[in-house]
Design a protein around this ligand. Structure first.
Ligand code: ZN
Length: 282
């Protein structure tokens, strides 16, 4: 049967002589594995359709679990994401996270749009430490593991302060914090941003300026959450960790690619007008 779907390439591996197998994330059919014959040949028309991060319109025959590409068109190549060292590493992390967290054939329209928005934001040079954290929240939600952040998961108390409990399922009030000795103490700003990440559609993500200290809190909280609920051990994350360690040694901040591209919209400000910190805007 011939299928047609828009999709983002979230995985691309060599297959036999000159071929590739790609995994597409599509809005209607979820993940689709497709063989692209001759993709590695120099003159192949379909070589770029088989590249990681490509957004295209794909026609493929499928009878069993694996399809075969019939034809396709590139809608957006996301070439920016293949340049430099950090850019590809961040985008590869988003792709691998998606691939591993989502089952085949699960309808994934919302996540498809979130990943496309994530790739667009990275290509525009938005802060990867924010874009990826927001996207992680979208992935855990799509996988059915959204944290409860607005009330204590144990007693339902609505007012904080709270601790962040990955094992417990989200917020724990001070009377209930003994239920998880590993629960994290996070700043009010970090809590607000986590709630924004949970609520926001990435297509509306503006530029968010956040202190390095807060970024570390967000990274730690989401990492605990991912490791507790999905436990994926991603190769791309290990590589990113090494890159960041190297950057810390050099005392450099992550390189921001191409800040001119795209317009910065303060869309996120509508969701969280106050961060409680003068030099941070959400
Ligand atoms: Zn409680």
């Amino acid at each position: 049967m011939l299928y047609r779907a828009e999709g983002l390439v979230i995985r691309s591996t060599d297959y036999g002589e000159g071929n590739k197998i790609i995994t597409l994330l599509t809005p209607s059919f979820g993940k689709q594995g497709i063989v692209v014959r001759g993709a590695k040949k120099l003159k192949s028309r379909y070589g770029s359709l088989a590249q990681l991060f490509t957004y295209g319109d794909y026609s493929y025959y499928r009878s069993g679990s694996l399809g075969t590409l019939n034809s396709g068109e590139i809608i957006e190549s996301f070439q920016e994401l293949r340049e430099g060292l950090e850019g590809p590493a961040y985008a590869a992390y988003a792709a691998e996270l998606t691939d591993r967290a989502i089952n085949d054939d699960e309808a994934a329209a919302y996540l498809f749009h979130q990943l496309k928005a994530c790739q667009t934001a990275l290509a525009e040079g938005k802060d990867p430490q924010i874009v990826l954290r927001a996207y992680e929240m979208k992935v855990v939600s799509a996988a059915g593991y959204a944290p409860m952040l607005d009330e204590c998961v144990s007693c339902g108390k609505l007012e904080g302060p709270f601790r962040f409990s990955a094992g417990g399922g989200g917020a724990l009030c001070l009377s209930c914090r003994h239920r998880d000795p590993n629960a994290l103490e996070l700043s009010e700003t970090a809590w607000k941003i986590l709630r924004v990440f949970l609520a926001i559609d990435l297509r509306r993500l503006g530029n968010i300026a956040v202190r390095d200290r807060t970024k570390k809190e967000l990274q730690l909280a989401l990492r605990r959450w991912l490791d507790t609920h999905l436990n994926l051990n991603l190769k791309s994350r290990n590589f990113l960790d090494q890159l960041e360690k190297y950057g810390d040694l050099l005392g450099e901040r992550p390189i921001r690619a191409n800040p001119e591209r795209g317009s910065a919209t303060p869309a996120a400000a509508e969701s969280a007008p106050e961060t409680g910190a003068e030099d941070e805007t959400v």
